[in-house]
Design a protein around this ligand. Sequence first.
Ligand SMILES: Cc1cc2nc3c(=O)[nH]c(=O)nc-3n(C[C@H](O)[C@H](O)[C@H](O)COP(=O)(O)OP(=O)(O)OC[C@H]3O[C@@H](n4cnc5c(N)ncnc54)[C@H](O)[C@@H]3O)c2cc1C
Length: 264
Amino acid sequence: MHIWVLIKQVPDSEARIQVKADESGVEIEDRYTLNFFDSLAVEEALRIKEQVGSGSVTVISLGGGQKSIEALRTGIAMGADEAILLEDPAFAGGDEYATAKALAAAMKGMAWDMILCGREAFDDSAGIVGPLVAEFLSIPHITTVVKIDLAPEGRAVIVEREIEGGKEVIKAPLPVLLSAQKGLNEPRVPPVMGVMKAMRAEIKKIDLHAIGLSQAEVGRTGSREEIVRYHRPPERPPVTMIQGEAADMVQKVVALLKEEAKVI
Ligand SMILES: Cc1cc2nc3c(=O)[nH]c(=O)nc-3n(C[C@H](O)[C@H](O)[C@H](O)COP(=O)(O)OP(=O)(O)OC[C@H]3O[C@@H](n4cnc5c(N)ncnc54)[C@H](O)[C@@H]3O)c2cc1C
């Protein structure tokens, strides 16, 4: 069973993110981590390979430089066999469509039975790169899965998705793309030996020429969308701390709700 996992490095949840003064973009503090949903995808790929007892897990990321390399090294440290970085100046400025197109082109002709990815990337949160990759590769995709079983008869998966008030069970033939939702598993902490292996591991680099697309099909020129501007969240009103005995505090809260907030 050959499994590929799409992974992306995203800002750490504690990184400071500021909207630029002209609202044209965001400035992100240099603190990055592997996207949480992608770590679920890597974990699941490793578990499936372990269960089957053969095959390989390949992690692939499109992006520039050290950030993406760190994501790939985390994948290797967890246990992935191979790491591939799609890197080329032509990929810069790409939207989700252009990103997925390049990823799919890189994977075309490679050996895979299953592609796993995250439900969404924590930074841009489009949640569409995975399904678009599946569309470009003409394979089925199932999103937000919380359980993956290989069908006993082989060459198919039976997955569960959480839906309002219950679960949906879906069967699909391999090859298939599945996006990982919280609850799928508990990602392993990379063991020390894994971290050491990852530090020495070769990261295979693939550029535009190698994926057989033209410059017009990737990056900014290959994009279908344009970010017009970012908004800052509205300033929060100051917090009023209320102190004293419980009965006094209740009276003060009611007075504030009536007179200041005017909600009762
Ligand atoms: C007009 C426009 C211009 C942009 N320009 C840039 C830019 O210059 N630089 C930049 O960094 N971003 C840029 N972006 C953002 C970039 O397109 C997205 O980060 C990227 O397409 C993924 O989208 P997402 O983060 O919403 O992923 P989602 O669709 O939410 O991701 C779902 C899953 O897909 C997989 N995935 C997503 N992205 C990648 C990836 N790169 N490699 C491997 N797997 C992945 C992961 O498994 C992830 O969990 C731009 C976006 C737009 C709309």
